[in-house]
Design a protein around this ligand. Structure first.
Ligand code: MYA
Length: 224
């Protein structure tokens, strides 16, 4: 998958106050070029998964990756201060774990978007790994419960039905909606389609957190 194949920036996301601050803090602190580095890392994962290099190329690539790790390791921080995954308005959220989702429509109770699995998420036979599909749904549902006035919530259960194989390097459509709210319980449903074909559907129970279960989003690390 080349950079131009990746989902492009999406509609503005009306995040709840907690996630707005959590995300804004990373955006305030992140070095220029961080978002581009995330894109390179995602591309590297797909290229790595697709490569069968000769020994000299293996040695060269390993040396370059070792050097990159050493550079980044000099700047390790605790997870409160990491930038990875915290760029919530971006399709990839600033992370390389799950595929980017470009949102095309969003309300407090539903969202729709486009996504694509690359070689990194391959299971076998040019199809996406089932665990990767579960990951995609968890991320999608996580985004859905982060908009509007819904307090921070966590996945309590997630169930996926694999209806047909999900192709790699093909545009896919996702939809998710809140089916029912019962106190802290949010019952969610979602679909993943390739064209008219249903690849998978999912249901989940998310629970909004009690105040004592929430870590402050705005906690700054001590200076120095
Ligand atoms: C758009 C861009 C924005 C992006 C923003 C963010 C991006 C992020 C994207 C990534 C997002 C990724 C998101 C992630 O991956 S979140 C990470 C994965 N999830 C977890 O780690 C959760 C771990 N579990 C817990 O923390 C607790 O168990 C929770 C908080 C879930 C509940 O513990 P708590 O002590 O609070 O509650 P309770 O035990 O008193 O239960 C309360 C009620 O709920 C019912 N119940 C509980 N469990 C289940 C169950 N499994 N099935 C059916 N029912 C269940 C229970 O019977 C009771 O019902 P009732 O007796 O009251 O009737």
């Amino acid at each position: 998958m080349t950079e131009s194949d990746r989902p492009q920036p999406h509609v503005a996301v009306p995040l709840n106050g907690y996630w707005t601050e959590w995300s804004a803090r990373a955006a305030r602190n992140a070095a220029p070029g961080w978002a581009a580095l995330v894109g390179e890392m995602a591309g590297l994962q797909d290229t790595f998964a697709a490569a069968a290099p000769p020994p000299e190329a293996v040695a060269e690539a390993r040396s370059l990756v070792e050097q990159t790790r050493a550079v980044l390791a000099r700047h390790e921080v605790g997870d409160d201060d990491q930038w990875f995954g915290r760029f919530l308005p971006a399709p990839d959220r600033g992370q390389t774990f799950s595929p980017p989702i470009r949102l095309t429509g969003i309300t407090e109770h539903a969202l729709a978007g486009k996504t694509m699995f690359g070689r990194f998420h391959s299971g076998n036979n040019s199809a996406a790994h089932g665990g990767g599909i579960a990951l995609l749904f968890d991320d999608l549902f996580g985004r859905l419960v982060s908009v509007g006035d819904i307090p921070p919530a966590r996945t309590a259960s997630l169930s996926v039905n694999y209806r047909s194989v999900t192709p790699l390097d093909e545009p896919l459509a996702v939809e998710a909606s809140v089916a029912e709210v019962d106190g802290r319980k949010l019952y969610l449903t979602g679909t993943l389609r390739h064209g008219d074909r249903l690849c998978a559907d999912a249901t989940a129970l998310f629970l909004t957190l009690r105040p004592e279960q929430i870590r402050p989003a705005e906690a700054e690390a001590p200076p120095g």
